[in-house]
Design a protein. Structure first.
Length: 80
């Protein structure tokens, strides 16, 4: 009977050690995740601002055609 109780106690000890190791790993991974989220926020903020700054209203086809008609030929550009 004593050996059965000893085996159960040994298994419990092994399980406790494993649980403690996993808790430590979870804490380490939480720190890694937090650092990665901070880095992501740091990198995505400027991207959003650049996209907003580069956003331009679409030009209508007739406006594109007018801009081509009013553009100076290359010879005239050098004199301006």
């Amino acid at each position: 009977m004593a050996s059965v109780l000893g085996m159960l106690k040994e298994r419990e000890t092994v399980a406790r050690v494993r649980v403690e190791g996993l808790r430590e790993e979870v804490a380490r991974l939480a720190e890694v995740l937090e650092a990665a989220e901070i880095e992501l926020d740091r990198r995505s903020g400027p991207k959003k601002r650049r996209v907003a700054a580069l956003a331009v209203r679409p030009v209508s086809p007739s406006a594109r055609w007018r801009s081509r008609r009013t553009a100076l030929p290359l010879k005239q550009c050098s004199r301006v």
